[in-house]
Design a protein around this ligand. Structure first.
Ligand code: SF4
Ligand code: SF4
Length: 349
């Protein structure tokens, strides 16, 4: 078990390619059905995909504080349940058996109309027409190297695994204080009101131990997600983060050194007044991308464009081969075991 300051022997890392996400939420559903269908977990989305620019999940996700600035902890707050979005009800009975046509409108548990929820502003995006733009942002716990959540807990209720750097919550030790949820600047910790414990993404560690990739990685039809140990020099995370430098941390200013990285979105050029593409003007404002992914984003986009042009000319590009994910298995690093081929223990009733 590691502390907030000790570094694990190996660090698991993931890279999400924002240029390939379909916004289909297959990852979210794969995670939800596997891990968060228990009591009190109705509103938990350990994995969620939101349209950006947008409010995110919970609402205004990056404005709740937490993390570090100049090495010092930043006070954070725990968002209210409604800011995450409650589990909605639908009057399906009325729709299927009613004589009149009734729209399938969601309702909060108290009968009111929802005012926020996961990916609430789906596909709204930003920019001024005709230079409109959006991209999908996937979020899970980033198993940070400086995990503010772990440091904030006075009961050592969180710990870091020595073998892969995954941060886990010991529910036996958790007293439900929610300090960890306040401290996480990405708001990736949920509170289970029925069990009075904090819960979060566990990086599918039981699957990893069986050589199986996390459900969100394996179920992604867009081949968006790459996983491996960072010290594997042939692994995609090492190549994309350290060699090609096209995968960047989300909001690096939060200071937690996340181990989930993002290939930033390349959008078409902006239009000029004549309605033609202006190749000197990016559609997505550079300031916004720098705020999201740090100062390395300009060089990362230039590298992606340069390598893409090489393949257009018929030349080979290692970077494009990785990003295209021609070989699905390579996305999963050492975790290529097909879960359907694992021998399941007999079910005891
Ligand atoms: S993303 Fe949040 S919950 Fe996950 S390790 Fe980092 S600080 Fe902790
Ligand atoms: S499954 Fe893949 S493509 Fe679909 S929303 Fe998730 S990351 Fe995007």
């Amino acid at each position: 078990m590691g502390t907030a300051t000790s570094r694990p022997a190996r660090q698991l890392a993931m890279v999400f390619d924002l240029n390939k996400c379909l916004g289909c939420q297959s990852c979210s559903i794969a995670c939800k059905t596997l891990w968060t269908d228990g009591p009190g977990m109705e509103s938990m989305w350990w994995n969620i995909v939101n349209t950006m620019p947008g409010g995110g999940t919970p609402r205004d996700v990056f404005s709740h504080g937490g993390g570090y600035r100049d090495g010092q902890p930043v006070p954070g707050k725990f968002p209210a349940q409604r800011e995450y979005g409650e589990a909605w009800d639908f009057d399906q009975q009325a729709v299927f058996s009613g004589s009149e046509r009734i729209p399938l409108h969601p309702r909060e548990r108290d009968g009111s109309t929802p005012s926020w929820g996961p990916n609430w502003d789906e596909d709204l995006g930003g920019g001024v027409y005709p230079d409109s733009f959006f991209f999908y942002l996937q979020q899970i716990c980033a198993n940070c190297s400086k995990p503010a959540c772990l440091e904030a807990c006075p009961r050592e209720g969180l710990y870091r695994r020595e073998e892969d750097g995954i941060i886990l919550i010991d529910e036996e030790r958790c007293n439900g204080y929610r300090f960890c949820a306040e401290a996480c600047p990405y708001k990736r910790i949920y509170f289970n009101p029925q069990r009075a414990v904090a819960q979060k993404c566990i990086a599918c560690y039981p699957r990893l131990e069986a050589g199986v990739a996390p459900a969100c990685v394996r179920q992604c039809p867009g081949r968006v997600r790459h996983i491996d140990y960072m010290d594997n020099k042939e692994g995609h995370p090492h190549k994309l983060v350290n060699e090609w430098k096209v995968a960047l941390p989300l909001r690096p200013d939060f200071g937690t050194e996340p181990n989930v990285f993002y290939v930033p979105p390349l959008a078409p050029s902006a239009f000029n007044e004549g309605g033609e593409f202006d190749d000197t003007k990016r559609r997505i404002p550079a300031e916004y991308l720098r705020e999201m992914f740090g100062p390395g984003v300009d060089a990362a986009l230039e590298t992606i464009e340069r390598e893409r042009e090489k393949t257009t000319r018929g030349e080979s590009s290692e970077l494009m081969d990785i990003l295209i994910s021609r070989d699905w298995n390579k996305l999963m690093g050492p975790f290529t075991q097909n879960p359907a081929e694992l021998i399941r223990p007999p079910v005891t009733r």
